[in-house]
Design a protein around this ligand. Structure first.
Ligand code: SF4
Length: 110
């Protein structure tokens, strides 16, 4: 019977794990809830942002530094959680960008 009882240590350990788990879930949920950058938005257009690097306007002089290996996932400005498709970006506050996207503010992660 005693082995079914929860010890004080077990209880406190479980209690401590709950806020951390909730924080992780909230963080993931917040990234998913951010509105996606609209490619037609003037700020996005000014930086040539596209959701898919296949659609980068390479004829535009602002895309002169673009290389096929560049995308939002390997940009210094990307934030949020590794593995998410839509993540926050420091250049577009309050919005999420596609990890397969690109804009002319791309900077390589160190
Ligand atoms: S700054 Fe980087 S992460 Fe943000 S949209 Fe441009 S390429 Fe993507």
């Amino acid at each position: 019977m005693r082995d079914k009882e929860v010890t004080r240590r077990q209880f406190l350990g479980q209690l401590a794990a709950v806020p951390a788990g909730v924080a992780v879930l909230q963080s993931a949920a917040m990234a998913e809830e951010l509105p996606r950058v609209d490619e037609a938005d003037p700020a996005a257009k000014a930086l040539l942002y596209v959701h898919d690097v296949a659609n980068v306007d390479t004829a535009n002089p602002m895309a002169a530094r673009f290389e096929a290996s560049q995308n939002c996932a390997n940009c210094l400005q990307i934030q949020g959680n590794e593995g998410d498709t839509w993540r926050p970006c420091a250049i577009f506050p309050g919005k999420s960008v596609n990890v397969n996207g690109w804009c002319s503010a791309w900077i390589a992660k160190p």
